[in-house]
Design a protein around this ligand. Sequence first.
Ligand SMILES: NC(=O)c1ccc[n+]([C@@H]2O[C@H](COP(=O)([O-])OP(=O)(O)OC[C@H]3O[C@@H](n4cnc5c(N)ncnc54)[C@H](OP(=O)(O)O)[C@@H]3O)[C@@H](O)[C@H]2O)c1
Length: 242
Amino acid sequence: MSQRLSGRVALITGASRGIGAAVARLFAREGAHVILMARSKAGLEEVDDQIRAAGGEATLMPFDLTKIDDLEALGPTILERFGKLDIFVANAGVLGTLTPVSHSKMKDWKDTWTTNVLANVQMIRTLEPLLKASDAGRAMVVGSGIGLNPTAFWGEYGVSKSAAMFLFQTWAEETRQTNLRVNVVRPGIVDTEMLAKAYPGGAQGIGKKLRTPDEVAPMFLELALPSCERHGELAEPEDYGL
Ligand SMILES: NC(=O)c1ccc[n+]([C@@H]2O[C@H](COP(=O)([O-])OP(=O)(O)OC[C@H]3O[C@@H](n4cnc5c(N)ncnc54)[C@H](OP(=O)(O)O)[C@@H]3O)[C@@H](O)[C@H]2O)c1
């Protein structure tokens, strides 16, 4: 079968492990040149090794997304280096602290908000011209059911994910008349480091189907394809609830 992302350039944040790493491996297998962003150089190198072993191509971009001001130069840098950007996957995120709002610390709220929301605002600012210039620009953010359903102790994370989803849905309204397709992915419960941090005793007891990162990656591929016509949607597994 021919590769479905052949010739496309894709930026994936939070690509050093978990869902972002799985999306990067799949996009590279489908022929995209993937730009991998995260703080951990070792994590990025491990994903790069896996991609190269499968015959794919990646560029590593170790970067801390909380350095918001430095992000401004990202769009021009990608343009200079790659000549274009076709796909943006806003996947990086942090869990923050699980605690009652009344016990929470302002510093924790600011840290979570910066990574999960403000960094994505800055990404949109710097990447939109490139994505609009692409013949089929595609962008998606990873949302969460916790951002839709208020959940005790998850305020810091839930409020930030709710805002991130709202941000991309607002961006979708602003870009409806363009070639750019913007969507939100709600992947369900995925077996990653973040999940292990949220449920140190194991997530089996929460009564929802547990998926691997590789199992959810195809949802991102569908939204990245030049043929994708979905826009401003919330994509979730068909058997979400299970
Ligand atoms: N797992 C789930 O069940 C689930 C469900 C719904 C939504 N999500 C969302 O899915 C996304 C991926 O989560 P995951 O479960 O795969 O978690 P994860 O394994 O903890 O991965 C998070 C990724 O984000 C990166 N990251 C965090 N802070 C960063 C920063 N300041 N700068 C750059 N990169 C940063 C991490 O890389 P470094 O640490 O190397 O920087 C890592 O690659 C998140 O947005 C999460 O909210 C997850």
